[in-house]
Design a protein around this ligand. Structure first.
Ligand SMILES: [Fe+2]
Ligand SMILES: [Fe+2]
Length: 310
């Protein structure tokens, strides 16, 4: 990716097409391969689930909590990829007539996101097979997408860059030596990352292209929109962390005391904020791209908003 970053935009679109063709995978033939999830294994690595920080849980309870978080991982990606794909289709319009390589790269991007949503729906069903009744995922992907797409394109592209960079960080966490990690989930991280690497480059190209047409006042409002979107993501995470902690407490087979319940809820929320906000927002490349577009006052505003969540 680093060599790609220094190439002119036209070459970068072409490289993304070539990479997309080279890494293309199939849900069944390459990822699922007839397997089911093994509930004797963790679904998320500790670096993401942070269950290793919850000393009051037994090893089997930590494993179960990582499985619940893995199911939510599939649902969250199914949700964010809905609005990402809609935005990609929308901005592809700018290239309908003109740069056909840019158009092809975005068409492939969209096709891949539709496939990823289908993959995550499969993972959700596989995770549901081994879990007791009662798990809930309340947010509706279409409703969330409608709200997100009501914000400025600059803000949606910045949030998308954050998300697509953190899928790379998540893949890196999944290749640690943890022998307890599900090989099927490991393959989900690996294959998702392979295609997301191109998406992150395209997000950046499109964000910079779009940014050039904004006035300083429009950009300033877009920064507010970005902060509002991060706040909306956090609202979803708060709701889901509470739902998942409750589900865990009801199904873990013992009565957690009030203090344990509190530590559980706080730990799951911290893990979700790390997974879905900070692992992207603190990514050096995200900070670099945003700093190239925003004034230092705007960067400080974004930084302060993120700090309020930490
Ligand atoms: Fe994706
Ligand atoms: Fe993507």
């Amino acid at each position: 990716m680093d060599t790609l970053n220094v190439l002119p935009a036209d070459d970068r679109y072409a490289r993304c097409i070539a990479a997309s063709r080279r890494v293309r995978w199939d849900i069944d033939a390459d990822v699922i391969r007839g397997r089911r999830l093994d509930f004797a294994q963790k679904f998320l690595p500790d670096g993401l689930s942070q269950v290793d920080r919850m000393g009051f849980l037994s090893p089997s309870e930590k494993r179960r909590l990582s499985q619940i978080q893995g199911r939510t991982y599939a649902n969250i990606f199914g949700l964010v990829e809905r609005f990402i794909n809609a935005k990609v289709l929308e901005i592809s319009r700018d290239h309908w007539l003109g740069n056909q390589q840019a158009l092809e790269s975005l068409v492939r991007f969209s096709d891949e996101e539709l496939k990823h949503q289908a993959l995550f729906r499969r993972v959700e069903r596989l995770a549901a097979e081994g879990m007791p009744e009662g798990y809930t995922f309340a947010p509706d992907p279409d409703e969330v997408a409608r709200a997100v797409l009501g914000r400025s394109t600059w803000a949606v592209l910045a949030l998308t860059l954050d998300i697509e960079l953190f899928t790379q960080a998540h893949y890196r966490e999944s290749i640690d030596r943890d022998g307890e990690l599900s090989p099927l989930f490991r393959d989900v991280f690996l294959h998702h990352w392979k295609e997301e690497s191109q998406h992150a480059i395209l997000d950046e190209l499109e964000l910079i292209r779009h940014d050039r047409d904004l006035t300083a006042a429009e950009r300033d409002l877009a920064v507010d929109d970005f902060i509002a979107l991060v706040g909306a993501v956090d609202g979803i995470l708060q709701g889901q962390a509470a739902a998942d902690s409750r589900y865990f407490a009801e199904t873990c087979g013992r009565a957690l005391d009030a203090e344990e319940r509190e530590r559980l809820a706080a730990g799951v929320l911290a893990a979700y904020r790390w997974q879905y906000i900070f692992s992207g927002a603190q990514h050096p490349h995200f900070v670099k791209v945003l700093s190239g577009l925003c004034t230092s006052t705007q960067m400080a505003r974004i930084g302060a908003a993120l700090e309020r969540l930490a």
